[in-house]
Design a binder for this molecule. Structure first.
Ligand code: AKB
Length: 332
């Protein structure tokens, strides 16, 4: 047993030691804190380490182990994996679609070079590795309604290209070196207590905040732009489920997951059931619109449903009700 040192997560009790030891990279983005909460409930607080290059707020720091980790620093990452006896890694560091187009060299470094570091360390240390992919891994020549798991993937964003690369490299390491790589293609994710950073689907989160704060919302996509979307709890549930699935159940290593699909005008209608006075205008962002027009409208996730029993809980009305009960629509 490892002797406790300065960080509290070194002192793991024997009862906790059967659980995976988890590291989450990019942990302060939209999904990491929620994932850490879910995994800590299941595996014990000290067995789940959040990491990022950003400074955490006090509440994140006190809710469980947090560590500085730069995925572009190979030695730093390897040291963290070794010192903390990590067995599962969730690799969330990435630049999203819109922000990636604004800084292609940085997106290339974080999304591609960073992934290479993670893959090598995961293979070297026998980790189970989860890498999220996205609807953005498809492009204008992919079938869009519905988009199956296996089809043409020729995305036109650096984000999409890097995610196809991640899918293929992860699968290659799996077949070549036995790496336990697992990957889900996420739709746009909608969450109340964390913000997305620089994606094309961000409007679907922003509308809730603006409806409550100002009663006015300016949408940067056209009203009929249909995209697959999912509530964060479904996304995190799927992530844990695919990581816990027995290897024999997985007929593939990269799965689409789906819950609902809507266009801004449909979301607006549903939101107006809670905030009838909401005023909506459309001011289309050309970059985001072109990206959205090249992405799936509906995701075919029948393989995930068959292989490991994927089932979503939230459709559009439940999503909207849940968002408002979280954000407190009467705090206006
Ligand atoms: C984005 O819009 O870039 C992301 C995604 C769908 O992967 N939310």
């Amino acid at each position: 047993r490892q002797v406790a040192s300065d960080a509290s997560f070194h002192s793991v009790s024997f009862s906790e030691s059967n659980h995976p030891r988890v590291l989450i990279t990019g942990g302060l983005g939209q999904l990491g804190v929620g994932l850490a909460k879910l995994l800590r409930k299941r595996f014990g607080k000290n067995n789940v380490i959040l990491s990022d290059i950003r400074k955490p707020t006090d509440n994140i720091f006190y809710s469980g182990p947090f560590i500085y980790s730069d995925i572009l620093d190979y030695k730093n990452l390897r040291e963290i994996v070794v010192n903390n006896r990590i067995t599962w890694l969730f690799h969330y560091s990435a630049l999203l679609s819109a922000v990636g187009e604004a800084n292609v060299p940085l997106a290339r470094a974080v999304n591609i070079t960073g992934l290479h570091n993670v893959l090598d360390i995961a293979a070297e240390h026998n980790l189970r590795l989860f890498v999220p992919s996205t609807i953005g891994a498809f492009g204008p020549t992919s079938p869009r309604d519905p988009t199956p798991d296996l089809c043409i993937q020729r995305p036109r964003t650096i984000y999409g290209v890097s995610k196809v690369h991640a899918e293929l490299m992860g699968e290659y390491y799996h077949y070549r070196y036995g790496l336990d790589f697992r990957c889900l293609r996420y739709p746009g994710i909608i969450s109340a207590d964390s913000q997305p950073g620089g994606g094309t689907t961000d409007y679907a989160v922003q509308i809730f905040h603006d409806a409550i704060k100002t009663g006015k919302f300016q949408c940067n996509l056209k009203p009929d732009t249909r995209l697959p979307m999912m509530y964060i709890d479904d996304c995190l549930k799927a992530t844990l489920e695919v990581m816990e699935a027995p290897a024999e159940a997985l007929s593939m290593r990269t799965y689409n997951i789906s819950a609902m699909s809507f266009a801004p005008e449909e979301l607006v209608q549903e939101v107006q059931k809670h905030v009838p006075e909401l005023q909506v205008t459309y001011s289309v962002d050309a970059v985001r619109q072109a990206i959205a027009d090249s992405w799936p409208m509906n995701f075919d996730d029948s393989n995930a449903r068959r292989d490991w029993g994927w089932k979503h809980d939230y459709d559009l009305p439940e999503l909207v009700t849940t968002m408002f009960s979280f954000l407190g629509s009467d705090s206006r």
